[in-house]
Ligand binder design. Structure first.
Ligand SMILES: N[C@@H](CCC(=O)N[C@@H](CS)C(=O)NCC(=O)O)C(=O)O
Length: 205
């Protein structure tokens, strides 16, 4: 059984999407980040960077003590290796999938997170910051669109943890001042992933 420390945000959705795809049983432990529950000593013992998502795997891949993990990219990689699913066994396709996973956790997520902050949550309007992060978001959507014009999924022909990491952020395109019609390959990819039963299970919960 896996404990998932979760809030209904793009980073939280990533892990739920993976677990639903592969059918691994999990228990959700909600962390209310607006009430600062991410700073409690109990949560910090699992996630020392005080952010969701985090997991505790009570049946870890090495058969040892329960394993706690934070950082969505590390969790997705761990779960993909543990289950042998959603990360290609083909070396070339696998590294391409990992390349896009790292692109998401190092760029697409953090930059869109700043976009969300300055467009939705900042207590004052900061035009410089809004312009900076909307412009960077548009650049990243162009990169995404260019890739998805070439291959049906981010890392190639197969749906993988790279798509799982990226989908929940792109799903929130309306918050980001993004006109999806400017990125037709992204629009098609979003629609395709939204039809998957696992995606519907996560977003309907
Ligand atoms: N790099 C982290 C980012 C996680 C993250 O930013 N989580 C946000 C919610 S989407 C959070 O927990 N924020 C609480 C805080 O910053 O105090 C990951 O990919 O797991």
């Amino acid at each position: 059984m896996i404990d998932l420390y979760y809030a209904p945000t793009p980073n939280g959705h990533k892990i739920a999407l993976f677990l639903e795809e592969v059918g691994l049983p999990y228990t959700i432990y909600p962390i209310d980040i607006s009430a600062n529950e991410q700073f409690t000593p109990e949560f910090l013992a699992i996630s020392p960077n005080n952010k969701i998502p985090a997991i505790v795997d009570h049946q870890p891949a090495d058969g040892g003590e329960p394993l706690s993990l934070f950082e969505s990219g590390a969790i997705l990689l761990y779960l993909a290796e543990k289950t042998g699913k959603l990360l290609s066994q083909n070396e070339r396709e696998r590294i391409r999938q990992l390349q896009w996973l790292f692109w998401q956790v190092g760029g697409f997520g953090p930059m869109l997170g700043q976009n969300h902050h300055f467009n939705r949550y900042a207590p004052e309007v900061v035009p410089y910051a809004i312009n900076r992060y909307v412009t960077e978001t548009q650049r990243l959507y162009k990169v995404l669109n260019t890739q998805l014009e070439k291959t049906p999924f981010l890392g190639g022909n197969e749906y993988s943890i790279a798509d799982i990491a990226t989908y929940p952020w792109a799903h929130s395109y309306e918050y980001q001042k993004i006109n999806l019609q400017d990125y037709p390959a992204v629009e098609k990819w979003l629609e395709k992933i939204s039809q998957r039963p696992a995606t519907q299970a996560v977003y309907n919960k």
